[in-house]
Write a protein that binds this ligand. Structure first.
Ligand SMILES: Cc1cc2nc3c(=O)[nH]c(=O)nc-3n(C[C@H](O)[C@H](O)[C@H](O)COP(=O)(O)O)c2cc1C
Length: 165
């Protein structure tokens, strides 16, 4: 039984969640950036993580999910700036499920991740009022994912592994 935790992370939030998941896993395991993963060959289970970017899954992640997950046991984790429970999160997890439609989908985890300051600055200057409003939300994301979120990620890791046995 070999488990892979792989992630895309630009400002480190998703990486923190990846490390929390990885730390909790029993058995043989590896953690790698998604850019280093050629295929899921040789893994019995893969946790695949990414940040939500521009109201969607990053294109590179979509490409990976659609090309590599057929018949595989996978679980998804993602970070986003909006608070947990925000309506659009369903469409993001739905999009991941749809993209990996041929995988054996074991579950998803999502939590808030701090919006990086350069991104806040850029959004606050945007013409689009939706983007501006998004930038104004920035300070409320500070420090995320915090320890309580990382704890939930650890629980998620345990639950997924238990499902697989
Ligand atoms: C270019 C860009 C676009 C983003 N778009 C969204 C978005 O549409 N919805 C959202 O909730 N968060 C959005 N975010 C926030 C990130 O998803 C969030 O900060 C995430 O935790 C970053 O993860 P990372 O540190 O692993 O890169 C965006 C961030 C960037 C840089």
């Amino acid at each position: 039984m070999k488990t892979l935790v792989t992630y895309m992370s630009q400002s480190g939030n998703t990486k923190k969640v990846a490390e929390a998941i990885y730390g909790e896993l029993a058995g043989e395991k590896e953690i790698k950036a998604l850019s280093e993963v050629k295929s899921l060959e040789g893994y019995d289970l893969a946790f695949i993580g990414f940040p939500v970017l521009q109201f969607d899954i990053p294109p590179k992640v979509k490409e990976f999910l659609s090309g590599n997950t057929k018949g595989k046991d996978i679980a998804i984790f993602m970070t986003h700036a909006v608070p947990e429970g925000f309506e659009a999160i369903h469409s993001w997890t739905g999009s991941a499920r749809q993209t990996a439609a041929d995988a054996n989908f074991l579950g998803t985890f999502d939590c808030q991740g701090e919006l990086a300051q350069p991104v806040i600055d850029m959004l606050l200057k945007a013409e689009d009022p939706q983007m501006k409003a998004f930038g104004e939300m920035g300070p409320s994301t500070k420090g995320q994912p915090d320890e309580s979120r990382l704890q939930k990620a650890r629980e998620f890791a345990r639950d997924i592994q238990a499902k697989q046995k």
